[in-house]
Design a protein around this ligand. Sequence first.
Ligand code: FES
Ligand code: FES
Length: 161
Amino acid sequence: MNVQFELNGRLVQTEHEPGTTLMELLRSRELYSVKHGCDHGECGACTVLMDSKSVNACLILVHTVSGRKIETLESFSDHKTMHHIQDNFLHEGAAQCGYCTPGMILAVEALKREGGEIDEPGVRDALNGNLCRCTGYVKPVKAGLSTTKASRDKENAGGDS
Ligand code: FES
Ligand code: FES
């Protein structure tokens, strides 16, 4: 099968077997921030952004992403400086093994892009589908809250988020 979509800001065309999931395709392209966890839509380790919404890539068949915009965590960094959400997770000590961290960061980014007022219940709700077996959720929630606060402060000051 053949599909065209935007991946991390570039138009890509794929040749793939029917039944290939987006998670399989992205990992075959060495986008290893997309983790292989449960394979059943339960852990959130494979989270990516599709048209700015967080989705589980293991549940999405590649042929359904035609014309969509897919983003993985790799597109958030230029390998020299960290994205501000990564910085916040680092600052809060919100990762141990890191397996869940890319998905959590993208879930927070999706929440930020939704706009609107962000509070602790909102961040907890956004991270609801991202399971962590190491840290618990207090620090990731704090990182999410500082992210949304920082971006709101920037917006209020007229800067980019
Ligand atoms: S690997 Fe996709 S939700 Fe667990
Ligand atoms: S930091 Fe290890 S699973 Fe979350």
